[in-house]
Design a protein around this ligand. Structure first.
Ligand SMILES: Cc1cc2nc3c(=O)[nH]c(=O)nc-3n(C[C@H](O)[C@H](O)[C@H](O)COP(=O)(O)OP(=O)(O)OC[C@H]3O[C@@H](n4cnc5c(N)ncnc54)[C@H](O)[C@@H]3O)c2cc1C
Length: 297
């Protein structure tokens, strides 16, 4: 059976796209491995009406509501390969099944590549954070840190200081005099030493241990990891991918269509910056654009 649309990735963007296509009474197939990027956090913040909800609870509710529409097929599987054909797209699943549709929406999200510092990975989403708008309020006025990764980290430290007393951990990197002066002006401390490990009870963070044996008290550490696309499918389909500050961004137009006609991309893979609200908004754009393309050709 050929569907009207395939959605690769049933996270926030993918489910939003699928919901709008389903409401337009189109047959839609959502392929998903159930690993949303924010699954490490116990609570998602800032998404209107769902502030503080568990990320998987928001998605489970959206999946339930979507499944009630006729013409919707949800497949729990990995999409491993894709190709375009004369009249649409075919996606191969890990099970060997092949799904075909006239239009396709890529919404498979990003994967974060965390610094291999002992104690960092296991605190990701809990006390090692990526975004102050998502999790800063919960750590307001506590001792905050920013781990240096690029020259943009100094800028990040100035922003984080809005939420509490902040230290920029250079981890052995250098800092230009202009950034050093601006940070000092804003009261941001700078620790030049190399970081050995993060310490604290379970997922809590109490200090950073430095290579020279000193410890520096900190309760939440912000990092800005490099990210990569969760799937090679976009490359296989020949989409144009730009290199952004934090990782790849699939190039799309205002309708969220890629350079490949009939192929859309939404969510973290096709924008910066990232949030649940933006992913949902882009999913709505991709879904309604794909629908209009089905109608008007
Ligand atoms: C630790 C952390 C905490 C965050 N907290 C917040 C917050 O509080 N508030 C907020 O607004 N934003 C938050 N974010 C950002 C938010 O997670 C993302 O912006 C959002 O998840 C992007 O949605 P998406 O649909 O693009 O991708 P995702 O939500 O990552 O969904 C992608 C889906 O595609 C699936 N998939 C991947 N590859 C394949 C494949 N080959 N085949 C089938 N399925 C596949 C995945 O399993 C996943 O279900 C947080 C991010 C992180 C890392």
């Amino acid at each position: 059976m050929k569907h009207d649309a395939i959605i690769v990735g049933g996270g926030f963007a993918g489910l939003a796209a699928a919901t709008y296509l389903a409401r337009a009474r189109r047959s839609v197939c959502v392929i998903d491995t159930g690993q949303p990027r924010n699954r490490f956090a116990t609570a998602s913040h800032g998404f209107l009406g769902f502030d503080g909800s568990r990320p998987q609870a928001i998605l489970a509710r959206a999946r339930d509501q979507l499944s009630a529409y006729p013409g919707v097929r949800m497949i729990d599987a990995e999409a491993v390969a894709a190709r375009s054909s004369e009249d649409g797209f075919s996606v191969s699943l890990s099970s060997g099944e092949e799904i075909s549709a006239r239009k396709a929406v890529l919404a498979f999200g990003l994967r974060d590549m965390l610094e291999p510092i002992p104690g960092l990975g296991e605190r990701w989403g809990r006390t090692v954070l990526h975004c102050p708008y998502c999790h800063g309020f919960e750590f307001a006025d506590r001792r905050l840190g920013v781990l240096y990764r690029t020259p943009m980290s100094a800028h990040q430290a100035r922003l984080i200081a809005e939420w509490g007393p902040t230290t920029l951990y250079l981890n052995g990197a250098g800092l230009d005099p202009e950034s050093a002066a601006t940070l000092a002006e804003q009261g941001v401390e700078v620790e030049p030493g190399k970081v050995r490990r993060l310490v604290g009870e379970h997922e809590a963070l109490s200090a950073i241990e430095l290579e020279d044996g000193r410890t520096s008290p900190v309760e939440a550490l912000y990092v800005a990891p490099q990210s990569c696309l969760s799937s090679p499918i976009a490359e296989q389909l020949g989409v144009v991918i730009d290199e952004g500050l934090m990782g790849p961004v699939i190039r799309t137009d205002a309708d969220k269509m890629t350079n490949v006609p009939g192929l859309y991309a939404a969510g973290d893979i096709a924008r910066a910056p990232h949030s649940v609200s933006w992913a949902v908004a882009d999913g709505v754009t991709a879904g309604t654009s794909a629908h209009r393309a089905l109608v008007f050709g």
